[in-house]
Design a protein around this ligand. Structure first.
Ligand code: FES
Length: 110
């Protein structure tokens, strides 16, 4: 079930960077690209759980700070030849505010 919550202002996220929002036991990295697109991934690299929020955003990807895997911001999946996906969460921007759908997190915790 969807559960949209208002989490922060787009301007709170540095361009080509991320902010971490905690929901329950899950840290969510909310990314902002150079052209102001916003994406949300669980803050755990699919490789060994590194903090994707600490990575460098380039285009629609983030490079994990641990071992430099590239992860697609829209799907959360590592780019070939690497494999695996971080959980991607639906996110939208309305009037400069970022809304996150935490329904999947809550369903997994139930
Ligand atoms: S933990 Fe992210 S590349 Fe290894």
């Amino acid at each position: 079930m969807n559960n949209w919550i208002d989490i922060l202002d787009v301007s709170d996220i540095p361009r080509q960077g991320a902010r971490v929002v905690r929901h329950g036991m899950v840290d969510v990295a909310v990314f902002r690209t150079a052209d102001d697109a916003v994406f949300a991934l669980e803050d755990r690299c699919p490789h060994k759980g590194g903090p994707l929020s600490q990575g460098i955003v380039h285009g629609r990807r983030v490079a994990c700070p641990m071992h430099n895997w590239n992860v697609a911001l829209d799907t959360g999946c590592a780019l070939a030849p690497d494999e695996g996906c971080a959980r991607a969460l639906p996110v939208r921007v309305e009037a400069g505010r970022v809304w996150l759908d935490v329904g999947a997190i809550e369903a997994a915790a139930a």
